[in-house]
Ligand binder design. Structure first.
Ligand SMILES: Cc1cc2nc3c(=O)[nH]c(=O)nc-3n(C[C@H](O)[C@H](O)[C@H](O)COP(=O)(O)O)c2cc1C
Length: 332
């Protein structure tokens, strides 16, 4: 059975979904679609590209998320990313941070569908890969019934290939970006209605989805579910994605095997002069809920940050969980 390519994805998250994080997530699911942190169009054009948009061949399918509102700059950045081999360009129309608003992009673009459409059209004219948009259901006092339809219709007319909707408003006055991910109420029905109105358009839903049971429930209404915090904070759930959502064997039998399989990647990073913590900071949520998880986290957080820390620290941390599980099975 063919599944939609957006059926399951891990959200773009600044400072979190960097290439080490994505390499780790890819180890846990072959099928999840992975998104980069947002990169501004100007950073792609003028910045250190290897650092900003470098990625590993193992990461596919991987989408780059761009921020900006200048059609020419976005088109140029999109072309650079497509040349590098990204599978999709995603435009950020959802980020509420002040820095982003100052540059007139992110969520405040919900108020300017024509400009977003011009950005999409300019990117589509330059690249052959899909161009998608991640947006909110509205901002501030906008009526989501009107605002989301207007944005969707405008970008689809400009050629957008799919939509990802964070199912809450952004309140641009008075809330921090973090509060804007929790306080404006979720409205999944609004996104489901969008999908019913646009049956031919791939629509993914995002926001507050915490488990694969919830993903399966959402997939009865939309084409895809995008998880941010749950995937990052409990990455073990990714290990079940391929089997439950794609009917394929999981890439590894369990989290222990996955960590072992990750050692060559981490070893190469260390050999190139990188720090253990660059990679293991994204692994702190592994084993959450299991005996020994706290000791695992503590070891990685305390010992893993030392400049000389190597793979032995990771192995010792994982052993905390192994030993705690053995102790529990002796007691049981
Ligand atoms: C640390 C962090 C950074 C984020 N950075 C971005 C970003 O760069 N671009 C973006 O579109 N959304 C960003 N988001 C929002 C997420 O993509 C997602 O829309 C939001 O967290 C809601 O999904 P969730 O409840 O599954 O986490 C970020 C979220 C977090 C927690």
């Amino acid at each position: 059975m063919a599944f939609h390519e957006h059926r399951f994805s891990v959200a773009p998250m600044m400072d979190w979904s960097d290439r080490h994080c994505r390499a780790f997530h890819r180890l846990l699911s072959r099928r999840a679609r992975l998104y980069t942190e947002m990169v501004t169009a100007n950073a792609v054009i003028f910045g250190d590209r290897d650092r900003l948009i470098g990625f590993g061949e193992d990461e596919h399918p991987v989408a780059v998320q761009l921020g900006g509102s200048d059609p020419d700059a976005l088109a140029q950045a999109a072309a650079i990313c497509a040349d590098r081999g990204y599978d999709e360009i995603n435009l950020n129309v959802g980020c509420p941070s002040d820095r982003v608003q100052g540059g007139n992009f992110g969520a405040c673009l919900m108020r300017d569908p024509e400009l977003v459409a011009a950005c999409v059209a300019a990117m589509k004219a330059r690249v052959d890969i899909p161009v998608t948009v991640k947006c909110r259901i509205g901002v501030d006092d906008q009526d989501p019934e009107v605002a989301l339809d207007r944005l969707a219709d405008a970008v689809l007319a400009a050629g957008a290939d799919a939509l990802v909707v964070h199912a809450r408003k952004a309140w641009l006055e008075g809330l921090s970006p973090k509060e804007n991910r929790d306080i404006p109420p979720l409205d999944y029905d609004r996104v489901h209605r969008l999908k019913r109105r646009l049956p031919g358009v791939p629509v993914s839903i995002n926001g507050g989805i915490g488990s694969l049971d919830e993903v399966e429930a959402q997939l009865r209404h939309v084409d895809g579910a995008m998880l941010g915090r749950a995937a990052y904070q409990q990455p073990e759930l990714l290990l079940e994605v391929d089997a439950r959502l794609f009917g394929e064997a999981p890439p590894h039998a369990d989290a222990f095997a996955a960590v072992e399989a990750f050692e060559p990647y981490i070893g190469a990073h260390l050999a190139a002069g990188g720090r253990l913590h660059d990679v293991t900071r994204h692994m702190l949520g592994l084993f959450t809920g299991r005996p020994g998880a706290r000791a695992y986290r503590r070891r990685l957080a305390m010992e893993g940050v030392r400049p000389e820390a190597g793979l032995a620290v990771l192995r010792a941390a994982v052993d905390e969980v192994r030993r705690a599980e053995e102790r529990r099975s002796l007691v049981a």
